[in-house]
Design a protein around this ligand. Structure first.
Ligand code: PEP
Ligand code: MN
Length: 361
């Protein structure tokens, strides 16, 4: 399988820069559209890598399924004109072969492919012995093990430079996002694989233009290594994902508006204040844990008392009362109802388990 010097360079210097900014259209549509978008992006001086969808996995048949291999020479031309490396989504071994033949520097596996272990394994086999970096998007649904499994399959095939793209997760009845960010999942992924670059794709999380900056900022605040954002010279008339794409000009403004925070600093005053605040948190956590311990002891007493009187553990009316009381009180203290519900769910479950063990001892 072909691999060029540029691909090797990209591989040894991966991801090359933090933050790594990747942009380009959802789909390559025509040579003019792709070249105009890419040259305008390069002219902003804010973009490190060009993206374009060549093969598009679409939810329903009859939608635009990508221009196919015919678009690769256009992307190669964009690469020559701008001097920027390129990246495309691959879903089959043939895609890998074609992309590499046209000097694509970095590949990515899309969310609809990461869910399928057979497809991921076929890609891993096609990548054996090829020095090309590969980004793996999270699977469509919130399954961390499947995402980790895809990383493992590629790593086992000898792919040395693997990156992660967080593009959000499908969830039922969600209206605010096209794909809910569920930030705890990429955070856990980072904890498990701290050495892999992790970048955020606000375009597919938001599904619209208005939310992009806030999601991008949030990912930066969480220490992500870069962004992938879709852009198009004429977003309203894009053949796919029209609602979420922005012009290269707007992309540059969006990037200018972001605050790139540092992960840490050696400035003494900052470190001292931070240490003090963290100590306060530790103190409060200790107090909360102490109180929770006492709460569980009371729950056990209730369990013993119910046992003596042959009363069931779960009483729905009491549970509703606890929850309503908590939400009211939480509201006065600036705690969201959502948080209070999750907190009481966990506490209540533990409490029931304690009563259960007392009762059935
Ligand atoms: C894309 O990047 O255009 C795309 C299809 O993304 P995802 O795999 O995240 O849906
Ligand atoms: Mn898209």
């Amino acid at each position: 399988m072909p691999h060029t010097e540029a691909q090797t360079a990209a591989a040894t210097n991966f991801p090359g820069k933090k933050p790594l900014i990747i942009s380009g259209p959802c789909s390559a549509e025509t040579e003019e559209q792709l070249l105009a978008t890419c040259t305008q992006l390069a002219a902003t001086g804010r973009v490190d890598m060009l993206r374009a969808g060549i093969w598009k996995p679409r939810t329903k048949p009859g939608m635009f399924e990508g221009i196919g291999t015919k678009g690769l020479p256009w992307l190669q031309k964009a690469r020559q004109l701008t001097g920027l490396p390129t990246t495309v989504e691959v879903a089959t071994p043939k895609h890998v072969e074609d992309a590499l033949a046209f000097e694509v520097d970095v590949l990515w596996i899309g969310a609809r492919t990461t869910v399928n272990p057979f497809s991921v394994q076929a890609l891993a086999d096609a990548l054996r012995g090829v020095q090309v970096p590969v980004f793996i998007k999270n699977p469509v649904h919130p399954d961390l093990e499947l995402w980790l499994g895809a990383v493992e399959r590629l790593a086992k095939a000898g792919v040395q430079n693997i990156g992660l793209i967080h593009r959000g997760f499908a969830s039922y009845g969600n209206t605010e996002y096209r794909n809910a960010p569920m930030w705890h999942l990429p955070i856990e992924m980072r904890r498990r694989l701290p050495d892999l670059p992790l970048i955020c794709d606000p375009s597919h999380i938001c599904g619209n233009r208005t939310g992009l900056a806030a999601v991008a900022q949030q990912s930066i605040d969480l220490g992500f290594d870069g962004l992938m954002l879709e852009s198009h010279i004429d977003p309203d008339n894009a053949w796919s994902d029209a609602k979420q794409q922005v012009t290269p000009q707007r992309l540059a403004e969006l990037l200018d508006g972001l605050i790139w925070r540092q992960e840490t600093t050696d400035q003494q005053e900052f470190l001292t204040v931070l240490a003090q605040l963290r100590e306060q948190i530790n103190q409060l956590d200790d107090e909360i844990l102490h109180l929770l311990g006492r709460r569980m002891q009371v729950a056990e007493s209730i369990g013993r008392y119910k046992k003596e009187n042959d009363i069931t553990i779960l009483q729905t009316s009491r549970w509703n009362e606890i929850l309503e009381r908590g939400i009211r009180k939480g509201d006065q203290l600036g705690l969201t109802a959502d948080f209070i519900r999750k907190y009481f769910d966990a506490v209540h479950l533990e409490s029931i388990n304690r009563q259960n063990s007392v009762m059935n001892k």
